[in-house]
Design a protein around this ligand. Sequence first.
Ligand code: MN
Length: 498
Amino acid sequence: MHNLREFEVWFITGSQHLYGDEILKQVDSDSKRIAAFLDASETIPCRVVFKPVVKTPDEIQNVCVEANSSPDCAGLITWMHTFSPAKMWIAGLSLLNKPFAHLHTQFNRDIPWDQIDMNFMNLNQSAHGGREFGFICSRLRKDRKVIVGHWQDEAVLKALDTWMRAACAWSDWQGMKVARFGDNMREVAVTEGDKVEAQKQFGYSVNGYGVGDLVDAVNQVRNDQIDALVAEYRSLYSIDISEAQSETVRQAARIEAGMRHFLTAGGFKAFTTTFEDLHGLAQLPGLAAQRLMADGYGFGAEGDWKTAALVRAMKVMAAGMKGGTSFMEDYTYHLDPSDMKVLGAHMLEVCPTLAGDKPMLEVHPLGIGGKADPARLVFCAPEGRGINVSLMDMGNRFRMIANPCRVVAPNAPLPNLPVARVLWKPEPDLKTAAAAWIIGGGAHHTGFSMALTKEHIADFAEIAGIEYLLIDEDTTIPGLKKDIRINEMYYALATGLK
Ligand code: MN
């Protein structure tokens, strides 16, 4: 799984030479203390690295260039301890291509009422230093997160945590390779898209591989590798298979081992399969997709590379958090007007990080694809908060839609449903949420998480520079339609400017 301590966020403090060396020494030591505090905080997922206080245009430009070229640097936290005249920031910010959060904080939490003098005022000028910095960011049209409050306040740390997770996922996307085994499911629209535009916008590349190359890797798997995987299955899952089906499970293990080898050797972080292109594979890789997702790979079925990349990003964002993250599909509805909800599942491929109890390993027929009965893990998600996220190519832009939900228990056992499943009630209610999702063009495939919140997704969409539609308890259909019309105009103009 992912370790966000592999990522650095640089702590950059702005000042100037106007105040003399004594004040600058104080600024320097205060900044070091804040950076060290953040780095040590249990709430903060990344390393926070102090960088020397910047006081001139050259120093600012140099640190921005250094950040751009550092592969470990996922983003910057900027703080204006004193006033930092912001024309000094134009060159650096114009060059900067890493995300940044403006921490609008102050070293002292409280005004020292009986001691405050002009020395204190000159040292602690964030209230107006932050505004000067904010103006130039807005003037340069730089998207960034602004976080206000004292740096030891838990709400501030949580906001930084959320933004850092999004910045790490973005960093992980840069240079990421997505492997497609076969092409798209034929005639399906929403899973298609412009892979060149995606690489330009998102930084990851998507390339196709003949399923025969995967079959080669699968055929090279040794019996002892299969034995080891089957032993692992027996230790992790309840196994409910007949003697005759044990060979099917061994075939699934063979596919998993071959796929792992292919993905590791090629340095891939996400992949897609399609049931329409399985030539030479004994069965659809269901168990393999489930277990690779559990190890942090992004996955999309039916060639859905946008969702595969999205699931990867959501898994990086959710690293170390409670609750699973998976590829998902809105499958079928419960339309009782007093209790409307969605049953989410897929043919096979739901990530077992979502399992409430020990998953069952089972073998059942699959109605489509014309291959042998595939092995799969069957389980139910526990109750709790969840979110569905979708990414679509709208022709002139990418759109992300997010919809928080409440995961609920099934009304009764589902003894004949041989797939992993999640039952949820979307915000604000199913009627509004489904209508809004459909009006927004949201896909049937999603990234689904019981760890992430709408704040993570909003931060990620902003860093990615794409359209973001949120469907939550404040959503109304007329309001959403108005947002979409305004966005159409905005992106038509913005596209014309690039
Ligand atoms: Mn599907």
